[in-house]
Design a protein around this ligand. Sequence first.
Ligand code: KG4
Ligand code: ZN
Length: 342
Amino acid sequence: MPNHASPITNYAACILAIETSCDETAAAVLRGGKLLASEVASQIAVHAQYGGVVPEVASRQHLRALRPVIAQALAAAGVALAEVDAFAATCGPGLASSLMIGTSVAKGLAVALRKPYLAINHLEGHLLSPFFGTHEGVRPAVALIVSGGHTLLVEIEAFGKYRLLGQTQDDAAGEAFDKVGKLLGLPYPGGPNVNRLATSGDPARVDFPRSMLHSDDFAFSFSGLKTSVRYLLPKLGDISLPDVCASFQEAVVDVLVAKTLRAAEATGRRLIAVSGGVSCNTRLREKLRAACAARGCELLVAEPALCTDNAAMIGYVARLMLAHGQSSALTVDIDPNLRLVA
Ligand code: KG4
Ligand code: ZN
């Protein structure tokens, strides 16, 4: 079905953005460069009882939560639905049945109100989130995306111009945190819990492998590290749980930091932009800050609320698309395997 709405190039446009790619139901309202409201209804408590995200449960939760979350975002922003100039939703990558819900609602609203629809790549949302709210906007950089589903190193030339430098060959960094958390009997999601326990542990207590640290590329591998933790568990001796968490975390962080800095060196970029849920990790932030200071690089990490899944980052990409005169046809379908770079 064609979208009859005329394109907008107005930078002050009001955008309603929706994110339902995984286990957070989120809506945000932006006007111009300003975030007016960002609401997130987390499904963590629901999925925690299964030890991970159950796709069928996730889509039912999105169905229940999306209308109230949109209403809350509009109310918090003080914006009426009729004032919204464009509707955006994440179209991939993610869980098919979850993506369907956000995109269907955004398309329905766009059709009913005869406004443009914008299909947004979730990875581009993460990628550009560190630039949101900065005076300069998107700048050339080396970007590290570390989330539950992805670990990517990307060179950003400008908005829409990205080059994939490397990515994980197996587990994503967040997935490794979550799997290790599960092995250690910690509540889902493991990432924040491993991070919390690690603060009282010794990062040098166990010398876990730093997979692909010295490989001549920008690829990552974290599944071997998770296996090392599993083999260690039956013979822990006097090694404490915080020591295991701190040592595991150190191994992940060391590889992420070293490869990111090497990518900056190889591309000549002096700005490093880090995003995704794992960029909340306090040790990763600390070691990135130190490494960037030592090499004279600038570090840009979004505030924690913009690192984990949210709709503000989706709205930011939508705003940049509108500013470039772009919108999406209503025929643009979801793509659970959507890539950042074709
Ligand atoms: O970006 P995100 O919300 O969802 C995806 O797009 O995947 O990332 C979620 C991931 C989970 O694996 C979670 O455990 C991890 O981010 N995470 C962390 C921390 N906070 C969230 N991992 C390590 N340390 C943290 N503090
Ligand atoms: Zn995400």
